[in-house]
Write a protein that binds this ligand. Structure first.
Ligand code: GAR
Length: 216
């Protein structure tokens, strides 16, 4: 059976590229069937085309309400009948219309150690607060903002002399390592959502210690 995925982006798309690469070299079984961006002409769409992926822009500015946008998005994604929907730098809040339609099949990558810093400007906040650690979280999406059941986290030690841009770059390195690994395990049935809890099969790399430190 073919495993089908949809990836949603809003911009740069480096996480999308990490997933595409992993599909291409078979470290993730199955394929990306569709990449949707809510922003036209972004780098991520170019990256998708480099991997010969089907792309589509559904611009939220073409809709008069969040609900109408979400309905169009939901219908398009449903038409693919995906096994997994990945929010990879998708910068729109989704309504329950969308999150309910893909419950248990919808994951997000967020650049903080949730529940610390949901929302925007996470690197800036971590630096300004003098945090020692920062990181990324991959989680199932529920109806809340950056609040669903956590699958895996990757942490780094903050160097306070480094810029926000440098920190973002280090975070990206962790993301590109962690996200394909998590997607591979979900696709192999090693990770799933049971009710409100993440279930790890015994063979899962993440089960016993789903918070990993990265020396990046
Ligand atoms: C990533 O760092 C991702 O964690 C973050 O946007 C960046 C996208 O980078 N996502 C969010 O902030 C979601 N709230 P990319 O476009 O290069 O993959």
């Amino acid at each position: 059976i073919m495993i089908k995925r949809v990836v949603l982006i809003s911009g740069n798309g480096s996480n999308l590229e990490a997933i595409a690469k992993a599909c291409q070299n078979n470290s993730i079984p199955g394929s990306i069937e569709l990449v949707i961006s809510n922003q036209p002409d972004v780098k991520g769409l170019e990256r998708a085309q480099k991997y010969h992926l089907m792309t589509q822009t559904i611009s939220h500015t073409d809709f008069s309400s969040r609900e109408d946008f979400d309905q169009a998005l939901t219908e398009r994604v449903l038409s693919i009948e995906p096994d997994l929907v990945v929010l990879a730098g998708f910068m729109r809040i989704l309504t329950t219309q969308f999150t309910n339609a893909f419950a248990g099949k919808l994951i997000n990558i967020h650049p903080s150690l949730l529940p610390e810093y949901p929302g925007l400007d996470t690197h800036k906040q971590a630096l300004e607060n003098g945090d020692l650690m920062h990181g990324v979280t991959i989680h199932y999406v529920d109806e809340g903002l950056d609040s669903g059941p956590i699958i895996a986290q990757g942490a780094l030690k903050i160097d306070p002399s480094q810029s926000e841009a440098k920190l973002a770059q280090r975070i990206h390195k962790i993301e590109h390592a962690l996200l394909p690994k998590v997607i591979a395990e979900i696709s192999k049935g090693l990770i799933s959502l049971k009710g409100k809890e993440v279930k790890f099969e015994s063979k899962s790399y993440f089960g016993k210690n789903n918070m990993e430190f990265f020396n990046v």
